[in-house]
Design a protein around this ligand. Structure first.
Ligand SMILES: Cc1cc2nc3c(=O)[nH]c(=O)nc-3n(C[C@H](O)[C@H](O)[C@H](O)COP(=O)(O)OP(=O)(O)OC[C@H]3O[C@@H](n4cnc5c(N)ncnc54)[C@H](O)[C@@H]3O)c2cc1C
Length: 455
């Protein structure tokens, strides 16, 4: 089998990459190991994610499926008595700011819809697991080996691999990219499910809309989310340091139930009973970044190269926007551009890295100095902050707000990206230098079971 582009993973990164490639006239094969619909965490979209959906012509489909329309995010302080709010916004072509909306999505349904759409537009779906990349002597991509759903193996020759394998980080694990480092939030754990019967806002204004995302801050690195998925069901999750979870000695379900009840008074009020309608899921150690994630014939997109922290719901945005940005670069490469370059996608890599660093600096300041952060959001840099919250990280950045954050975090601006090894932020688990900086090389991501042990 031979093709121009193989996409590993049919999640939001992979499906949107296929859709944007089809617009460039490039067909692709998507290799996906799971059969959809399948459960996935990550249901709240930013304004930019909504914009990508509209650009893909899917707004009517989203409305027809009844996905809740999100108008903003409300963040409650530790006791739940005070809160601050960030509306969903958009920018017009003249960079004028206006109020906008986006969606909350049940991922089993949304991911299947996006993948089916990619196939309807011309992508080929190959059910199976990509087992190893095949390389030429100069390290460039030659193809990929796939274990098909029936158990046999198939080799696909290809010019380009797009690694959209999410936290499985296919190319990083195979040693094709640069090293994979632990991220700053690597010793966190997220435990989550879905509930019925939660008390929502009553929809009197954008701020009080029943379908907004709510975040409940408890203390540093310890918080909960509340994301409406339909008129009745709400996604709820608790994130805390892993050490705190271990100290409690509870099962994941016991931990989730107790935390939802105790973590924040306002959350307690909204969950008078906790009626779980989904099993309890857990993801530990989700924070990492891969260096050198683009190279001769490959680009990693979305979670396949970096995930910081879920607090402000940037995962879908980054996955779909990076896919959008990659498509014209791949088309140019297939047409012969940068064929002799050491890294034909170096500019794309830098752009993605700079965008993610905006998010990382923002998230770090939120955790390190939450009061200063709230002041910036509401008084000093209101517009710039709605840009960051909306996921507008690839244009007009770093904004004055982000530069101010960098100063407060003592990350000086002048030395940024002088050469390709310099990042705006130190890589690795920087607030905990005793931790090994490198992710376990060449191993699969730890499974929930292996990490938790028998319970
Ligand atoms: C606790 C938590 C909460 C989150 N909340 C939000 C949120 O509210 N909003 C938000 O936007 N983001 C959120 N995220 C992030 C979001 O879930 C991800 O960023 C997003 O799913 C990334 O999309 P992706 O396509 O890169 O990867 P995925 O959605 O993980 O898709 C990867 C696909 O690749 C397939 N695959 C993997 N390896 C192979 C292989 N070898 N062969 C074939 N197929 C393969 C997998 O089966 C999978 O379907 C959250 C993340 C966490 C950890």
């Amino acid at each position: 089998m031979k093709t121009d582009v193989v996409i590993i993973g049919g999640g939001p990164a992979g499906a949107s990459a296929a859709l944007f490639l089809e617009r460039e006239g490039v067909s692709s094969i998507i290799v996906e190991q799971q059969s959809f619909p399948r459960y996935h965490v990550g249901e709240s979209m930013t304004g930019e994610a909504g914009k990508v959906i509209r650009e893909l012509g899917l707004e009517a489909e989203m409305m027809a499926r009844g996905y809740p329309v999100k108008k903003g995010v409300k963040v409650y302080g530790p006791k739940g008595h005070s809160s601050w709010w960030v509306p969903v916004t958009s920018r017009n072509e003249a960079w004028g700011l206006y109020d906008s909306t986006t969606w909350q999505v049940r991922r089993s349904d949304f991911d299947e819809m996006l993948l089916n759409h990619a196939v309807a537009k011309g992508a080929t779906l190959l059910p199976g697991k990509a087992t190893r990349p095949l390389l030429n002597d100069d390290g460039s991509i030659r193809g990929v080996e796939v274990r098909l759903a029936g158990g046999s193996y198939q080799t696909i020759e290809t010019e380009v691999i797009l690694d959209c394998s999410g936290q499985a980080t296919f190319l990083a694990n195979a040693g094709v990219t640069g090293p994979k480092y632990l991220g700053n939030y690597d010793k966190q754990i997220a435990i989550f499910s879905q509930v019925k019967g939660a008390i929502r806002d009553n929809g009197g204004s954008r701020l009080e809309d029943k379908d907004n995302t709510l975040i409940f801050y408890q203390k540093k690195f310890h918080w909960a989310w509340f994301i409406p998925l339909d008129d009745d069901v709400v996604s709820v999750g608790v994130v805390s340091p892993s050490a705190y979870f271990q100290e409690k000695g509870e099962s994941t379900k016991e931990f989730l139930m107790r935390e939802l009840h105790e973590l924040n008074d306002e959350l307690t009020r909204r969950l008078p009973t906790i009626d779980l309608v989904e099993e309890v899921h857990v993801i530990p150690n989700y924070s990492y970044q891969v260096k050198g994630f683009c190279g001769k014939g490959y680009i990693c997109i979305g979670d396949a190269h970096r995930f910081i922290d879920p607090i402000f719901s940037f995962g879908l945005t980054v996955a779909m926007r990076e896919a959008q940005l990659a498509a014209p670069e791949i088309k140019a490469y297939l047409d012969g551009a940068n064929r002799d370059a050491d890294n034909p996608f170096a500019e794309h890599q830098l752009r993605c890295e700079q965008g993610a660093d905006v998010l990382e600096d923002m998230i770090d300041l939120f955790w390190e100095q939450p009061l200063a952060f709230a002041l910036f959001v509401h008084q000093r840099y209101t517009e710039e902050m709605t840009d960051a919250f909306a996921g507008r990280i690839f244009e007009h950045q770093p904004s004055k707000a982000i530069m101010a954050f960098r100063k407060m975090l003592k990350r000086e601006g002048e030395r940024l990206y002088e050469d390709e090894d310099l990042y705006s932020v130190p890589i690795g688990s920087r607030y905990h230098p005793e931790r090994a900086p490198l992710w376990q090389a060449n191993s699969e991501i730890q499974t929930t079971e292996s990490w938790l042990g028998p319970r």
